[in-house]
Design a protein around this ligand. Structure first.
Ligand code: HEM
Ligand code: HEM
Length: 226
């Protein structure tokens, strides 16, 4: 588990925090989920909906593996903490805590509350994919269609909260978190960054997911789309 990092008194140095596969995962997941949501209603875009939805599922499956074998800040062991830690972290933002002069701990990876948000986002995407599959396999399953629609729309609510949290935390800690998810870098003490970006793996992941999206779209996997 990484130590919380206090930047006080340190000359800021840009360090690599997010490896490339994690960044590729994030932006492809965002594109697939938003794309699946936007193509959900029309009959004409049905295959695009399926292709993007299953690709989101593939990305989540990959992230579960990377959470165990990935680089330091991508690992679940770095950011999954007890619910009490998450609540304690959030309480640090309350005005009383600030007035009492408590300094909010700064985390280089996901903070304890953010860690739970990551798990929630992964779970809800997985649920959308599973219920989408079931509702498509069984046309008579009106119940599953309803559940799928509810989960699919619920994701958008969670994503709205996610983006708001990213913006607010970024402002409070004077840190550009979105840029960090793009170039992988944050200000940190020397030695706290990760040694390598896993660039080749990131490129392979991007190519594999795009190829998979295209194959589902063109109907190469009949078990998924017929
Ligand atoms: C459907 C849309 C989105 C989904 C499903 C999603 C999901 C996620 C997930 C699962 C993570 C954890 C990353 C990891 O450790 O692998 C994450 C982190 C992050 N996301 Fe998103 N995201 C979405 C959209 C966005 C958008 C539009 C932005 C930009 C404003 C954004 C900014 C970030 C940032 C900055 C982090 C890192 C947070 C941190 O520093 O702890 N996300 N997101
Ligand atoms: C991130 C993934 C996904 C999201 C966010 C999502 C979202 C949605 C939403 C919001 C609707 C309701 C559209 C309406 O208002 O009528 C819908 C419909 C549908 N989705 Fe998905 N979906 C996803 C993945 C999938 C997958 C993997 C399949 C698998 C085949 C699928 C199959 C369907 C089908 C068949 C419908 C229309 C009829 C029904 O409800 O049974 N979806 N989706």
């Amino acid at each position: 588990m990484s130590a919380p990092n206090e930047l006080a008194g340190e000359a800021p140095v840009m360090q690599l925090i997010w490896d490339l596969p994690t960044r590729v995962f994030h932006w492809l997941l965002a594109a697939c989920v938003l794309g699946a949501w936007l193509t959900a209603e029309s009959e004409r875009s049905r295959m695009v909906h399926f292709a993007l939805g299953y690709s989101a599922g593939l990305l989540v499956a990959w992230r579960l593996v990377w959470g165990f074998v990935g680089s330091r800040y991508a690992r679940f062991s770095d950011f999954v903490r007890s619910p009490f830690a998450a609540v304690g972290y959030l309480r640090g933002y309350l005005p009383q805590a600030r007035r009492a002069g408590q300094t909010q701990t700064h985390y280089l990876g996901h903070n304890p509350a953010g860690g739970w948000a990551v798990l929630a986002l992964l779970a809800v995407v997985a649920l959308a994919v599973a219920t989408g599959y079931v509702s498509y396999q069984d046309d008579s399953a009106d119940l599953w269609s309803g559940v799928h629609e509810l989960v699919g729309n619920g994701i958008i609510v969670l994503v709205g909260l996610h983006v708001a949290a990213v913006v607010v935390t970024g402002v409070l800690h004077r840190e550009n978190l979105v840029r960090a998810m793009v170039n992988g870098c944050k200000r940190a003490r020397s030695g706290e960054g990760i040694p390598g970006a896993f660039t080749l793996l990131g490129l392979v992941l991007a190519a594999a997911v795009l190829a998979f999206t295209w194959q589902v779209y063109t109907g190469v996997f009949p078990a998924l789309t017929t």
